[in-house]
Design a protein around this ligand. Sequence first.
Ligand SMILES: [Zn+2]
Length: 112
Amino acid sequence: MGAFNTVRSEQTCASCGRLSAFQVQYKYGELWQYEYQIGDSIAWSTKYKKSEAGKPGRPQVVVEGIAENCPHCRAEGGEFEVWLAHDQIVDVRPLTDPKKFIESNFIVPEKH
Ligand SMILES: [Zn+2]
């Protein structure tokens, strides 16, 4: 199991229906068990290049996220999308398309 970071996100639990503070694990930026909130800017490693994923400064990135168990009922939290803009965490949303992260654990939306 490699290193990852987490972002805290209020989501309604699909199992117990309560609004719960899920810790969503994802891998992007420097991977060092950082515990972020939405709105935080993520860190990039300056020394250990292998302990990071992605590239700094991208205008928009969507990263695969796996929620830890519900703090109330312990049900599995499910899958999420962690949205970043210019290295700031801007949103955490339930995964819309299970096929989205088959090739990579993060995607860079194409410009239109
Ligand atoms: Zn629950």
